[in-house]
Design a protein around this ligand. Sequence first.
Ligand code: MLC
Ligand code: AMP
Length: 520
Amino acid sequence: MKNANLYAILRAEFPSELDSLAVETDTGLRYSWRDLDRASAMLANLLEKSGAPRGSRVAVQVEKSVEAMCLYLATLRAGYVFLPLNTAYQQGEIAYFLGNAEPAIVVCSGKNFGWVSKIAFSGTETWPGAAAVYTLNDDRTGSLLDRAAHCSDVHSIHVNESSDMAAILYTSGTTGRSKGAMLSHGNMASNAITLKSYWGWKAGDVLIHALPIFHVHGLFVAIHGALINGSAMLWMGKFDPAAAVALMRRATVFMGVPTLYVRMLAEPSLTAEAAKPMRLFIAGSAPLLKETFDAWRERTGHTILERYGMSETVMLTSNPYAADSRYEGQSERRAATVGFPLPGVALRVCGDDGAELPVGHIGGIQVKGPNVFAGYWRMPEKTAEEFTADGFFKTGDVGKVDERGYVSIVGRSKDLIISGGYNVYPAEIESAINDLPGVEESALIGVPHPDFGEVGIALVVPKKGVALDSSAILATLKSQLANFKIPKRCEIVHELPRNTMGKVQKAVLREQYKGAFVAP
Ligand code: MLC
Ligand code: AMP
């Protein structure tokens, strides 16, 4: 039987010349394919020494580094489940994720070891706590590497079935706490294989890796894409637009959220000449504005390829790289569309009654395919709610398919703000604000922003007779929540507009504040 372990599938595509360049960092470090294989083997041996059973979770909140990527690969190869956590998450958020996922091993930055280890070792009523907490810093220090240095660099990849869980990605919900989307080796391998051919990856491709590695885009789409093509990566620890433009002379593929494109467009060094060696620019995670798409084409001569995906499904649709035989005569990358369903993905648009809508009609996007996750970690009811009887996943995105087959996303049925490619769930922020003394109620709305695409504005109603201070509210939120979730503005208002059913009319508020950061 063929091993369905994702690492085995990626490893099979490493170049035969194992000493050639696999990753070069912006700090001047160079890693060969052999280095990645050896480091992931040593780390896998260390993880296995814990004696944790296969399927145990390895929770990781560390700064971006090649070693952190090797830890991901090690987790795969040892048959454990990788749980990446945004570095911006604060103590309360981390306590929830660890308590819910019950990891056997936790890896954090050295500077956070004090509070992370306290949470990880304390455990909960159902969880005895982690067996080990290691540190890993972006300067190649920390107890994880110290300990792994004593482990063998020979490791045989665990044999997995395609349905075995490989990662849990937490995604928030419109109501309630975050849910862990369980992705299998098969979900991710099928997507990586499909994208390799759909995006025309070829020998000699070099990827500029500019995104964080704790979400689908940077961790899966970008890393799997390069590894499964045996392509080298030029690795940016933190995105810097001028440095990204300078790297284009040595690269062929770039992936980014729209904010990265907006920031690079502000660089005078971005010219057609600078972008000439590049083959493909890919955007996703948030809507790419037509003006960004047009400006990029005008300035560089390249047409950005926009695609659509999510934590629960990895990639779902893509504009064509080249002609797609399924869509005769349609090989154009179109602004404000996310292209066609990827080969193997079934996508339909349905009305509120669940019936499929005809071409051109707007409704809820539902999907099915080998890339779609099995369900939410230990939340069978939530999982059942999000799938239809015939096995389609309800994405919560609202869109349409036109007569040529192009999918467009026109809105979301989930109350969600996407800011610079990060998801902010208003229910979570409102609940934190409502818990503050003197607050009667609040609403968080998303408004257009020139850099982040969309940002949150909080409208807060004080309790009768209380004088609230908006900067004090923001300061308190900052101490509790990840920084990208903090509203960019907070207004104290007398009341919130409501409809006859008593529901807050967020559309009215969005209209009122739409010019807060951009000229209306
Ligand atoms: C940073 N800040 C943000 C923010 N990022 N505010 C709103 N939205 C964001 N995305 C704030 C910080 O809180 C801080 O505020 C200030 O901006 C500067 O912080 P920073 O860390 O220096 O920011 P910067 O490095 O400039 O980060 C911006 C960014 C980053 C665009 C590079 O947000 C980023 O890497 N985004 C990519 C997210 C991503 O990978 N998404 C993929 C999800 S996967 P203050 O007040 O403290 O100074 C997915 C599925 C799919 O969606 O389809 O791909
Ligand atoms: P996440 O849960 O962080 O993976 O975010 C997934 C969500 O990002 C999707 O459900 C969409 O709402 C949004 N998204 C991803 N790609 C795009 C895109 N190209 N255009 C618009 N929205 C997108």
